[in-house]
Design a protein around this ligand. Structure first.
Ligand code: IMP
Ligand code: MG
Length: 156
């Protein structure tokens, strides 16, 4: 968190980035990340869900909760818990870009590159991981275990 926060603080010097946190999974990551950023910033949330069972994106993304604040002209930083197939983030990038922000970058805690179906940009990445289902630290396992203060995995 300290390293990512420092990098963002340096890159956005003299700017005031607008964070868009993707609920629910990114709530703890977002809380820790923004506390490591030494800049004026604003923050908003949206909630996305992909249809299908708990461990596989179906490819259809549903907007469960919309942004509250306009993003036109803003330097947006998306905060996502994990990029798996990339389908969710790809949908979100299209959604945000249609609203004419000045820029959009992505901060993701985790990425599983071996699972990618759609190529998406990740500008600030915590950790690259192998193909395993992970949970804890905000990430769920069938809506449970988000409160675990660490990340653990089920081997697939
Ligand atoms: P994608 O659309 O396949 O990239 O999936 C992205 C979304 O699925 C993430 O925002 C997570 O909410 C969820 N997800 C993907 N992999 C995992 C995992 O290993 N643990 C918990 N949630 C996951
Ligand atoms: Mg998510």
């Amino acid at each position: 968190m300290r390293e990512l926060g420092l990098e963002i603080t340096r890159d956005y010097r003299n700017k005031a980035p607008h964070f868009v946190s993707v609920l629910n999974g990114a709530f703890i990551f977002t809380a820790d990340l923004v506390r490591n950023i030494n800049l004026p910033l604003t923050l908003d949330f949206l909630a996305l869900s992909s249809y299908g069972n708990a461990q596989n994106s179906s490819g259809e993304v549903e907007l469960l909760k919309d942004l509250r604040l306009p993003i036109a002209g803003k330097d947006v930083i998306v905060v996502e818990d994990i990029v798996d197939t990339g389908i969710t983030l790809n949908y979100l990038m299209g959604y945000l870009e249609a609203r004419k922000p000045a820029s959009v970058k992505v901060a993701a805690l985790l990425s599983k590159p071996s699972r990618r179906k759609v190529q998406v940009p990740i500008h600030y990445l915590g950790f690259e991981i192998e193909d395993a289902y992970v949970y804890g630290y905000g990430l769920d396992r069938a809506q449970e275990d988000r409160n675990l203060p660490f990340i653990t995995s089920i081997k697939s």
